[in-house]
Design a binder for this molecule. Structure first.
Ligand code: NAI
Length: 462
């Protein structure tokens, strides 16, 4: 029986980052992973492969729509779907091998197989039982099932099947206008599919700033995506190679159907803890099946911790990574901390959408006096040169103290721009602090400064 200070179950961004930090802090560490490769959903069938397809199809979009405007004439590229999938696969492999290299470098044992916890202090992988002073559950999440919809991962797919459809569908129905639906819907729309998104609510991307939601939906419509809003999908019927999606309007209960060659079910994810033996161990779960943890990620059973999608909070790789590092510090006797108030969220469409902190709707609900500084990318020279002037930066700051409370960006490189504001928020900065910081010209970042200026005496270029 091998003995460890820490065994981490799951090698997604939460688990592998936790294992590396544990090892760096001098703890003897192993990580259990049953997939053929390390990296979990994110690297194998999530963030990384979807970004490869988003990048490739964005290049196609640029070639088809903007090249000739810049004087780049000639034959526009045609799509070799097999090659695009091979490029995606290569991207996955270089990333997952990178994690394997980091495990070797940090002397972390990869226990290959699916793990369970027969008792506190023990982790079983295959026929072998290993001893662990501490166990960290980092088993992630899986796509939620939708009643009346049977997924075959060929015609009716989750995000996993959507990353390797046999061919580009003529018609695609996406169920759910959340992050997955809009990112992968964009990929197929750019490849020429007729994409219709069916959404239960009246706005896309639930929980986001309402102004961003509206601009985002308008932009996606311009890119060819269609939306059926306020409609609850009742079922999907597959006949041969065609599917028919039946939905009911929430307004008047009327029913309608949509035909499709592929249906993407993107109605949320749920924690994945099957087979761990949590019930027998007495590990408490929430009503939504998340592992219950305290402020230090400890579960209800001593020396068992949990992080990432398996616990409460946004299902985001970087939130899991932060928890992974913090719990490692706790296990090493240090003070691990995650500031849940400053966790950015990014949607990697084009334009990108990025958000951090509170929305205007949340501030209004709290009755907090705030000011909003907004700047359109139309006033940003670099964005105009690059055909990327759709969208805006909005910074929300306390009306009296000027402290930044949130930021919402739709526009070019929004996912990168947001971090300047995250750092500012971590330092408790005022909008004026950003406004007084020199920003290089010409950059997209100037739009962030202008939004900060708009919280004070006004932006220069609007
Ligand atoms: P989501 O929770 O973001 O969106 C699901 C949408 O489906 C909601 O708008 C909901 O109203 C709608 N819906 C639910 N039932 C429906 C029905 N019967 N008919 C019509 N619409 C229905 O879930 P999604 O997009 O599946 O993503 C899952 C998780 O993965 C999220 O927590 C997300 O944050 C995360 N993720 C994050 C990414 C990123 O950070 N870029 C990328 C991909 C996933």
């Amino acid at each position: 029986m091998a003995s460890y200070d820490v065994i981490v179950i799951g090698s997604g961004p939460g688990g592998y980052v936790c294992a590396i930090r544990c090892a760096q802090l001098g703890l003897k560490t192993a990580c259990v992973e049953g997939r053929e490769t390390l990296g979990g959903t994110c690297l194998n069938v999530g963030c990384i492969p979807s970004k490869a397809l988003l990048h490739a199809t964005h290049m196609l979009h640029e070639a088809e729509h903007n090249f000739s405007k810049m004087g780049l004439k000639g034959k526009s590229p045609s799509v070799d779907w097999k090659q695009m999938l091979a490029y995606k696969q290569e991207t996955i492999e270089t990333n997952t091998k990178g994690i394997e290299f980091l495990f070797k470098k940090n002397k972390i044992d990869w226990l290959k197989g699916w793990g369970s916890i027969p008792q506190a202090g023990r982790v079983k992988v295959g026929d072998e039982v290993h001893e662990a002073k501490n166990i960290v559950i980092a088993t992630g999440s899986e796509s939620s099932a939708l009643p009346g919809v049977e997924v075959d991962e060929k015609i009716v797919v989750t995000s996993t099947g959507a990353l390797e459809l046999a061919s580009v569908p003529k018609k695609m129905v996406v169920i759910g206008a959340g992050v997955i639906g809009l990112e992968l819907g964009s990929v197929y729309a750019r490849l020429g599919a007729e994409v219709t998104v069916v959404e239960y609510l009246d706005a896309i991307t639930p929980g986001m700033d309402a102004e961003v939601q509206k601009t985002f939906q308008r932009t996606l419509k311009k890119q060819g995506l269609s939306f059926v809003m306020g409609a609850a999908v009742q079922g999907v019927e597959v006949k041969g190679k065609k599917a028919s999606v039946r939905y009911k309007s929430r307004k008047d209960d009327s029913e309608a159907t949509l035909d499709a060659d592929a249906v993407l079910v993107a109605t949320g994810r749920r924690p994945f803890t099957d087979g761990l033996g949590l019930e027998d161990l007495g590990v408490a779960l929430t009503a939504r099946g998340q592992v219950k943890t305290d402020a230090h990620w400890a579960t209800s059973v001593r020396d068992i911790y949990a992080i990432g999608d398996a616990i409460e909070g946004p299902m985001l790789a970087h939130k899991a990574e932060d928890e992974g590092m913090a719990v490692a510090e706790v296990l090493a006797g240090k003070a691990g901390h995650v500031n849940y108030g400053v966790i950015p969220g990014v949607i990697y469409t084009h334009p990108e959408v990025a958000t951090v902190g509170l929305t205007e709707e949340q501030l209004k609900a709290e009755g907090r006096a705030y000011k909003a500084g907004k700047f359109s990318f139309m006033g940003n020279g670099r964005a105009k040169a690059n055909f990327a002037a759709d969208g805006f930066v909005k910074i929300l700051a306390d009306k009296t103290t000027d402290r930044i409370l949130g930021a919402h960006i739709i526009g070019p490189m929004a996912g990168d721009l947001i971090h300047e504001i995250c750092v500012a928020m971590e330092f408790g900065a005022a909008a004026q602090d950003l406004a007084m910081t020199c920003h290089a010209h010409p950059t997209y970042s100037e739009a962030v400064r202008e939004a900060a200026l708009a919280c004070g005496d006004g932006a220069i270029h609007s």
